[in-house]
Design a protein around this ligand. Structure first.
Ligand code: ZN
Length: 339
């Protein structure tokens, strides 16, 4: 088959799939029979993960209903406990939306502890130098192509967890508030114009970074400075993509001990979200639950005069318009009892 015929055939099959999905949605068939084209249709949800106060070791997925949390597995026993496993199912978001439409009873926030909204994913990918104001504060020309690095997904923590500083090996741990893009559907080799079809939603993140390890102590490779335990707070929830009209037009702010340090807008993003997704997907497969940290605005500690870094006892507040506020305590690594 020639390229153009193949492309036409693929487009036709995609249109057919969408039409069929629409028809099937109206006549209630098993989800396994439905192929879902996009995860971005109107859902209007804040997805969370949480533990019950009575069962602190079992992370479960849910969504916010006002101030209550609805437990997805309790509402539908066929769903796995963790959000990343739910997202692997066909039509996962549609299934959650159907549960929500039935208005099941939630539990009050006081009965649970909010955890990181997505964990155990395949990848956490970062984009460096991706805000104009962050490049300006370093007198750097914006990079022509996105500067991609990674963090280990095991370093993700939630809204009630603390960043733990290994003060014996680093005294230059910095903050970086970031808009995190959460992938909802597997994709590879896609066009930028289709990239939003694969976005589940957005959450607030901190790309915590030990600058000495990021720049010098690992021969210039970012991974160790970016991947110390607890160095990726995210949350408090994932706002589904349909709630965000334009992810590149959101106020973004970071406050340390009540002093505003970063105050910008995602319109400053140099490499836009669809372009970053398409570039990543040109070399790898992105899986449901993968996170892309889209970059941080100006105002980080290392470029202040004098430089400022995190210390035990600090409190970071990270905010993104229309998404939420993530509070993060900072403690010493060997301090016990602070999950
Ligand atoms: Zn960053």
């Amino acid at each position: 088959m020639t390229g153009s015929v193949w492309a036409f055939s693929r487009a036709l099959s995609s249109i057919k799939t969408r039409l069929i999905s629409k028809e099937l949605a109206n006549i209630c068939v098993p989800f396994s029979a439905v192929r879902c084209f996009s995860v971005t249709q109107a859902r209007n949800m804040k997805l969370v993960q949480f533990t019950y106060n009575t069962k602190p070791d079992e992370v479960r997925a849910g969504y916010m209903e006002g101030d209550d949390v609805v437990d997805l597995n309790k509402a539908d026993g066929s769903l796995p406990l963790k959000l990343v496993d739910i997202l692997k199912l066909d039509c996962a978001v549609e299934r959650i939306a159907q549960i929500k439409a039935k208005k099941p009873q939630g539990v009050p926030l006081s009965g649970v502890r909010l955890e990181a909204p997505i964990t155990n994913q395949d990848k956490v990918i970062g984009v460096g130098l991706n805000y104009l104001d962050h490049c300006k504060e370093q007198n750097l020309t914006p990079p022509e192509v996105p500067m991609i690095f990674s963090k280990f997904s095991s370093v993700i923590i939630g809204p009630n967890d603390a960043v733990k500083l290994r003060t014996e090996i680093t005294q230059s741990v910095d903050w970086e508030v970031e808009l995190a893009v959460v992938i909802g559907k597997e994709c590879t080799m896609i066009d930028a114009k289709d990239a939003y079809n694969y976005v589940l939603g957005y959450t607030v993140a901190q790309d915590i970074s030990a600058r000495d390890w990021q720049k010098k102590k690992n021969s210039g490779q970012f991974i160790l400075g970016k991947s110390m335990d607890t160095f990726c707070p995210i949350g408090p929830w994932i706002v589904t993509a349909d709630e965000i009209k334009d992810p590149q037009c959101l106020d973004i702010k970071c406050t340390l001990n009540s002093v505003v340090k970063q105050n910008s807008n995602t319109c400053q993003l140099i490499h836009k979200i669809p372009d970053v997704i398409a570039r990543l997907a040109s070399v790898m497969t992105l899986y449901p639950g993968d996170i892309i940290l889209s970059g941080t605005p100006g105002g980080v500690g290392m470029h202040r005069n004098p430089p400022e870094f995190l210390k035990p006892g600090d409190k970071l507040i990270s905010e993104i318009q229309s998404i939420g506020t993530l509070e993060t305590r900072v403690v010493k690594f060997d301090q016990c009892g602070c999950k």
